[in-house]
Write a protein that binds this ligand. Sequence first.
Ligand code: 48F
Length: 260
Amino acid sequence: MADVMEETISGAIVRAFFEKFERHLAVDVGIVGAGPSGLVAARYLAQAGLKVAVFESKLAPGGGTWGGGMLFNEVVVQDDAAPILHDFGVSTRDLGNGYHTLDSVEMASGLIFGARKAGAVIFNTMCVEDICVREGKVCGLVVNWNPVRRLEMHVDPVVVTARAVLDGTGHPSEIVHKAVDKAGIKVDSPTGGIMGEKPMWMEDGERTTVLNTKRLYPGLYASGMAANNVQGGFRMGPIFGGMLKSGKKVAELILQDLRP
Ligand code: 48F
């Protein structure tokens, strides 16, 4: 009887995973990247009743949140972004000068938990390697295991269809690159292409991250540093208010577009 428990445990994992994955092969919103902007968007979209899947290439979701600034595991947000964190149950310390500090581990884990508890499903260790475009609209994500990509294994992906796709991949804006470079799409940027991120200027970078958060093409949106990279915004480093507000704004934009 020694093998009964092993069979039960393995079977439970395999059945539960494939049931979850099958339920998310067609979603309302496919989010690429579980950084702060993607996770905030995921929570608000799922809370509004949409079916949301987040694909994160790394084992641990959270993106650039964990390491704070230079591995000092504290981050800073502005007064007006703190309520988004409080909404996730994440605590902040008000410095009384317009800024709050918070523990970056609490922030990362809180954003992940908050997105998941709202109903968004996070598929970690899965990367999005391409998109689907039909009749002038981005409508799907081409998904594979990240170790397959990293080991350059010759293995075909599978496809998840989505009514809206959010590029939350951070600095490289990988999904918008696929749209521009492979599909020849002209996105809603000053050149129709990817402008490229500018160097560090915290104040301007923070302001424009939110302004740069927009629908780039039917079915295609960008948030956070991906949005900044597309529109040529400045880098801002370990201040995260713009990321959080960008995630909230893109959720509102997607909701407006998807609701009848
Ligand atoms: O970079 P990231 O944290 O995204 P963000 O929401 O936040 C940026 C800040 O962390 C920081 C900053 C703040 O001032 O400048 O950089 O813009 O997280 C992006 C996530 O996307 C994943 C990547 O592993 C990371 O966790 N990712 C990137 N490409 C892919 C991907 C891909 N092709 N498929 C799946 N996940």
